[in-house]
Design a binder for this molecule. Structure first.
Ligand code: NI
Length: 177
């Protein structure tokens, strides 16, 4: 079931989310299925539970190809619960980001280039990966939602923040995030 996505300005996007404590239960499966329905319907690259008003440390992300980020390499479809992130180098990389909670806009955001992340999947099984580039960016963006941080708060050069249709007129105009 597609759920409404909260938009920037809603105080529920600014909360620190709570750890998930119960796994392999129907309520969790249903929530995750709804999150995938919602993310796919919006053609998003990722979605965090707080974006649909559920204050849990649960994110999903991944795609083969994505019309909102046509140049991005594939990222495996992942359910990540109670994640922990550790940068693997000091290196920072700038890249464009959007957010389903900030429709119509893109901003240039600095992120760790290389990252180890771990957490649990929906069955409580451990996930541990070393990633870089767009995959690392997506994980950091989604993790931020669990801390009540939206990407505009991370923009260091506000001249690199604007409307998708102005910044990237070549992107599909129907794709209004
Ligand atoms: Ni987002």
């Amino acid at each position: 079931m597609i759920r409404p996505i909260l938009k920037m300005g809603d105080p529920r996007l600014l909360r620190k989310a709570e750890p998930v404590t119960h796994f392999a239960i129907p309520a969790l499966d249903e929530l995750i299925a709804d999150m995938f329905d919602t993310m796919h319907a919006a053609q998003g690259a990722g979605l965090a539970a707080p974006q649909i008003g559920i204050n849990l440390r649960l994110v999903i992300f991944g795609f083969g190809t994505n019309s909102r980020y046509p140049d991005a390499p594939a990222v495996p479809e992942t359910v990540l619960i109670n994640p922990q992130l550790t940068p693997l180098s000091e290196e920072i990389e700038d890249g464009w980001e959007g957010c389903l909670s900030v429709p119509g806009l893109r901003g240039m955001v600095p992120r760790w280039k290389m990252l180890h992340y771990e957490g649990l999947d929906q069955f409580g099984k451990r996930i541990s990966r070393e990633v870089d580039g767009f995959h690392a960016r997506v994980v950091q963006h989604e993790y931020d939602h669990l801390e009540g941080i939206l990407y505009p708060m991370r923009i260091t050069d506000m001249t690199q923040f604007g409307y998708v249709d102005v910044l990237f007129p070549e992107l599909d105009a129907d794709n209004d995030e």
